[in-house]
Design a protein around this ligand. Structure first.
Ligand code: NI
Length: 149
């Protein structure tokens, strides 16, 4: 039997700089290139949140998209829009890569959705860079270093 999912699209604009204190200035520049520019730079991020209807809502109709919009707005958009991602407490000791950001967004959303409903989070960072993460429900993601260009 088939499974229907629905994906909602959200947007926010944010600044960041790819840099880690675990590397020297020269190593940071070698790893992150122009994204290590001390002045930072910005992206128009697109967040794609995919939820399934395995779990019925109280209304019996699967996914409550109004509720999803509210949760994403409160937990993700308000938090990051027109902010410097490097100043976010969750990025105090990890780099603001797309990989880490998409995993953080999953982590921020999953506690507020019915168990098993969140299927995937996608993050478009640039024209050519798309990240996605499908973690285990209520399981914190493992963050990794990475780069983009
Ligand atoms: Ni960037």
């Amino acid at each position: 039997m088939g499974q229907v999912s629905v994906t909602r699209r959200y947007r926010f604009c944010a600044a960041h700089r790819l840099h880690t204190d675990y590397l020297s200035p020269q190593e940071n520049l070698a790893v992150f290139g122009k994204c290590n520019n001390p002045n930072g730079h910005g992206h128009n991020y697109v967040v794609l949140v995919t939820v399934g209807n395995r779990v019925q809502t109280e209304a019996g109709g699967g996914v409550d998209l109004g509720r999803l919009d509210q949760i994403v707005g409160e937990q993700v958009i308000t938090r990051f829009d027109h902010c410097d991602l490097n100043q976010d407490p969750e990025f105090a000791d990890r780099t603001t890569t797309g990989e880490n950001l998409v995993m953080l967004i999953w982590d921020l959303l999953v506690p507020y959705l019915p168990d098993g409903q969140l299927e995937k989070v996608g993050l478009i960072e640039t024209r050519d860079n798309y990240f996605e993460y499908a973690g285990a429900t209520n399981q914190a993601p493992v963050f990794r270093e990475g780069r983009h260009g």
